[in-house]
Write a protein that binds this ligand. Structure first.
Ligand SMILES: [Zn+2]
Length: 404
């Protein structure tokens, strides 16, 4: 049960009940399609007449469509309802340092169009390059009604103003990305931190995370991000800053981090860390005191994965070291939060046959809890980061409204 927030509550109106029932019906159609009105009434406990009114409304708004007739032994053959998948579209924009991906997806996060552009060094220039591509994408698919745009960012979004306020890896300063893109496209825009949107994508689209109540998403790339879903709800924390486990200290007095701390988890368990381990083992004299080489001069994490597959012992050891630290940090999440599932997202999942057991072993060694937390890799072929952007818009229409 949730305490009623007397500074931010909604009284129950008749529209509240209608909205809740509509969302329940929409979700039942999504989960059981194709489904008849009679079965919807049975699953929801709503009156047949109420289900019919909601169904007509959803059909009129093009969220739902009627398909083939069903079969019954006698009487009128029911007409099945299903989501109007090909008609409703969501645009997703995954902004990363270096490259941004833009895609158009259906309601199941299947991508019907996708393209990439270089991420500009500042937000104004980025909007100038992105806006015409978005307008073109919409124009190229006149058969699809776009319901909105979801954007995931390697940074933090201020909850009140919806402005991008902290994106150290991008190097962009405070900017109102939302209004700029809404003005350019005429579509509503949802912004979210990348790890949070990956966590949402797992509960909306994940095959192995369906119906999970407590889920943690750990995105592993240049840094480490953590998205927390507790009791089916995204945990935002004060100022929307919850989830910065990447900057919790795992090695006391360790390496110096951009955040001003020392020994942060992401300095030891990110892709960049594995590259550093490899470089240090290959040429210890060149690694320097902080062990950090200038960007673009050494092997990439992709190179390391390839070398690991080829059996290169130094690459294998670097990846193992990274996985061990990843497991140590995950052990903290297991002990502290006891989620049902922890999903790992990022290039590292391509080497799960090498790292899965190392992570499991470290989690077992460093967590004392009896929680039955499963640690699983996200399927890289589902493009989890891009899929996260689609979840941002989908949850607006399918998620539970907050009442009271
Ligand atoms: Zn840090």
């Amino acid at each position: 049960m949730r305490k009623i927030d007397l500074n931010n509550f909604q009284v129950a109106r008749s529209e509240t009940a209608r909205d809740i029932n509509r969302r329940i019906v929409l979700n039942l159609i999504r989960g059981h399609q194709p489904i008849s009105r009679a079965d919807l009434a049975r699953h929801s406990g709503l009156q047949r007449s109420t289900v019919s009114i909601i169904a007509e409304q959803l059909i009129e708004e093009r969220w739902v469509t009627e398909g083939a007739n069903g079969h019954t032994l006698r009487g009128r053959r029911p007409r099945f309802l299903h989501l109007n998948k090909g008609r409703i579209g969501i645009i997703g924009i995954n902004i990363r340092p270096g490259t941004t991906t833009v895609a158009l997806a259906d309601l199941d996060a299947n991508f019907v169009a996708q393209e990439s552009l270089l991420t500009a060094p500042n937000a104004e220039q980025f909007i100038g390059e992105l806006a015409p591509r978005l307008c073109n994408l919409i124009k190229m698919h006149p058969e699809i009604t776009c319901e909105g745009i979801g954007i995931s960012l390697p940074g933090r979004v201020d909850l009140a103003s919806q402005r991008l306020v902290f994106a150290p890896n991008l190097g962009w300063s405070d900017f109102d990305l939302k209004t700029a893109i809404e003005l350019a496209t005429g579509l509503p825009v949802e912004l979210e931190n990348a790890a949070n949107s990956c966590a949402l994508a797992e509960i909306w689209f994940g095959k192995q995370t369906f119906a999970v109540r407590n889920l943690v998403a750990v995105t592993v790339s240049e840094g480490i991000g953590v998205g927390l879903i507790l009791n089916h709800q995204l945990l935002r924390g004060s100022n929307g800053m919850a989830g910065e486990f990447g900057h919790t200290v795992i090695v006391p007095d360790g390496l110096e981090c951009r955040c001003g701390n020392r020994g942060c988890w992401e300095l030891y368990a990110s892709s960049a860390a594995a590259v550093r381990y490899y470089v240090q083992s290959s040429s210890p004299l060149r690694s320097g005191r902080k062990g950090v080489r200038p960007a673009g001069t050494g092997p990439t994490f992709d190179d390391l994965l390839r070398l690991t597959e080829q059996g290169d012992p130094k690459a294998k050891e670097a990846i193992r070291q990274m996985a061990d630290y990843l497991g140590r940090g995950i052990a903290v999440l297991v002990s502290g939060l006891a989620p049902d599932v922890i999903v790992v997202i990022g290039e590292i999942t391509r080497a799960w046959n090498h790292v899965g057991s190392v992570i499991d072993e470290a989690v077992k060694r460093h967590s004392f809890t009896r929680a039955g937390t499963r640690v699983v890799p996200a399927d890289p072929s589902s493009q989890p980061r891009l899929r996260g952007t689609i979840a941002l818009v989908l949850q607006k229409h399918f998620g539970a409204p907050s009442v009271a």
